[in-house]
Write a protein that binds this ligand. Structure first.
Ligand code: FES
Ligand SMILES: [Fe+2]
Length: 338
């Protein structure tokens, strides 16, 4: 079966800040590559290829954070956060060989890395502020993403593109998430690498006309690339922010899916614990999507309803930029069809 490339370019979640305390060293595997993640004593998180350039030991199994970088457990060579060898304990000069390092981003309790199949540097920024997600989040405070606000599904077969395609798929809300009516897209703001839509739910938005200062009963969806999809759902009680992220693991289509939940912080929460209830509720939606996504066949040329055509064409064109040359993108898959 032919399917989409599992080597898209962009920012992809690899876990949460709580996974990595200062001094922690952990093995990871994404994009068909063994990796090591560590947090230095100044608090910065780093990721590099796992296998030492000396004799190939895995730095994620027994490596340790020392002054100046990460020390290999086999012969003690030390690698700094740029991948330079800075120390060979039994020689006066370090080696000139380099380890490959991966750009890491950490914001709001989420750890992500930049993947480019050819090792090129980032060409767009990940989300780094609440207003990057939706303008009306400016100035609001949210409960932090502690372990109770995290879900992880591994191994999975959910391709990142399936997650972002939700933005042009209002009909699924009624069937998968049991909303009483099909919502409508009120606003779409798309650049070469970002996608923002505002979707309206219920009678309040039945005329499908946006009112810019009104966010009650809306869902804002915000993507930077296809790896990480933020959602901000606003109801009469509060804003609920959710991140759904799918990260490729192996070339065979294996991925890992992350859900992160931030309820807006209300003064009464400490007393009522209502925010915990909201997290529990919000966590129910992702498995509903996963049941579909896990078994879904990616159709390069889907049969669409009349109202769906324009949105899907726009979304699939937008996704093309994240596939490196030679990899199977939606466009190239369509070209293969008889
Ligand atoms: S394998 Fe890493 S120092 Fe020898
Ligand atoms: Fe959904």
């Amino acid at each position: 079966m032919t399917s989409l490339s599992n080597k898209p370019t962009g920012w992809f979640q690899i876990g949460w800040s709580t996974d990595l305390a200062p001094g922690d060293v952990k093995p990871l595997r994404y994009f068909g590559t063994d990796l090591v993640a560590y947090r230095d004593h100044d608090g910065a998180a780093h990721v590099m290829d796992a296998h030492c350039r000396h004799l190939g030991a895995h730095l994620g199994h027994g490596g340790c954070v020392v002054d100046g970088g990460l020390q290999c457990p086999f012969h003690g060579w030390v690698w700094d956060d740029q991948g330079n060898n800075v120390r060979i304990p039994y020689q006066d000069r370090p080696s000139k060989v380099l380890m490959r390092t991966w750009p890491v981003h950490e914001w709001n309790g989420v750890l992500s890395l930049w993947h480019d199949r050819d090792g090129k540097p980032p060409f767009f920024e990940p989300h780094g502020s609440l207003t990057d997600i939706a303008p009306h989040l400016d100035g609001l405070s949210f409960h932090p993403a502690g372990t109770g606000s995290q879900s992880r599904f591994t191994p999975s077969r959910v391709h990142p593109q399936m997650v972002v395609e939700n933005a042009v798929d209002p009909a699924h809300f009624a069937f998968v998430h049991h909303t009483p009516t099909i919502p409508c897209v009120l606003q779409e703001d798309v650049t070469a690498t970002s996608w923002h839509s505002k979707v309206g739910f219920g009678g309040r938005w039945k005329d499908a006309v946006d009112r810019p200062e009104d966010d009650l009963g809306t869902l804002h969806l915000s993507f930077r690339g296809m790896g990480m999809g933020y959602n901000a759902l606003t109801d009469a009680e509060r804003v609920m922010m959710v991140l759904i992220a799918a990260t490729p693991v192996e070339d065979d289509g294996t991925t890992e899916v992350f859900g992160t939940y931030w309820p807006q912080e209300l003064p009464t929460d400490a007393q009522t614990g209502a925010h915990l209830e909201r997290i529990a509720q919000a966590k129910e939606a992702l498995p509903e999507d996963l049941t579909i996504w896990e078994h879904q066949l990616f159709r390069a040329a889907p049969a669409l309803a009349t109202s769906e055509g324009a949105g899907w064409r726009k979304m699939r064109d937008w996704c093309e930029v994240f596939y490196p040359e030679g990899e199977l993108s939606p466009q190239r898959l369509r070209d293969l069809l008889p």
